[in-house]
Design a protein around this ligand. Structure first.
Ligand SMILES: N[C@@H](CCC(=O)N[C@@H](CS)C(=O)NCC(=O)O)C(=O)O
Length: 211
């Protein structure tokens, strides 16, 4: 049995944040697939270990954690990698993880779900989300115009959180090329030793029609 297990699935950028951290730090880890699109996270069995009914969930000995930001923080502490080197850095990392969870990932992931998974077509809701996601991408782009990574010259868990949905090219309906500093930053992340694309790192969750 692997030292770490992570509930995760291929289309989940939130899971990818934690899976990428486990992979980049060389942890002995194994994915626990989730039949997400057929409702597994809403079952009583799943909610018994995560009342929030979300992926990812990290299992490490007796420790069971959900929320990708908290998982990243835990793994940074355990591995000594991608974490803060001072209290000021810790606050800066958390400022960006919270911004990511509240704005960048949430608008981006919901927009991508509507456009690529639910295939709603363009609606007032997608129009709203597109505008909000672009606003969040612009914030990140501005930050990255003067530094290589989000809090400075080295990658941290803040970068791993913010990039969660940004490798799903062609699924969001926003082109990263329109945000040049973000695009260059994404290439720096892609170049990290051990980097893998989400579709090469996590198990496939079948969509209902193909299940
Ligand atoms: N803030 C959470 C978000 C997790 C999340 O929303 N995960 C999705 C899959 S990508 C999920 O399980 N959603 C189920 C739901 O919202 O009911 C995190 O960063 O872990």
């Amino acid at each position: 049995m692997a030292e770490f297990e992570l509930t995760c699935f291929d289309r989940s950028g939130n899971s990818y944040k934690a899976a990428l951290m486990l992979e980049l730090t060389g942890c002995d880890w194994a994915p626990r697939g989730v039949d997400y699109f057929n409702g597994e996270t809403r079952t009583e069995d799943y909610r018994a270990f995560n009342v929030m009914g979300e992926a990812p969930v990290l299992f490490h000995g007796d420790t069971v954690l959900s929320q990708s930001g908290v998982i990243l923080d835990y793994l940074a502490e355990i591995t000594g990698r991608f974490g803060p080197e001072s209290p000021a850095e810790r606050r800066e990392i958390w400022r960006w993880i919270l911004f990511d969870n509240h704005k960048l990932t949430s608008y981006t992931a919901t927009l991508r779900a509507m456009r690529s998974l639910l295939k709603t077509g363009e609606t007032p809701v997608t129009e709203f989300l597109d505008k909000r996601a672009r606003g969040a991408w612009d914030v990140l782009d501005r930050q990255l115009r003067t530094r290589d990574f989000v809090i400075g010259d080295r990658p941290t868990i803040a970068d791993l959180s913010l990039c969660g949905y940004l490798f799903y090219d062609g699924e969001i309906g926003i082109e990263i090329a329109d945000f040049p500093a973000m695009a260059a930053w994404r290439e720096r992340i892609r170049a990290l030793p051990g980097w893998k694309h989400p579709y090469d790192l996590m198990p496939v969750a079948p969509l209902p029609e193909t299940a």
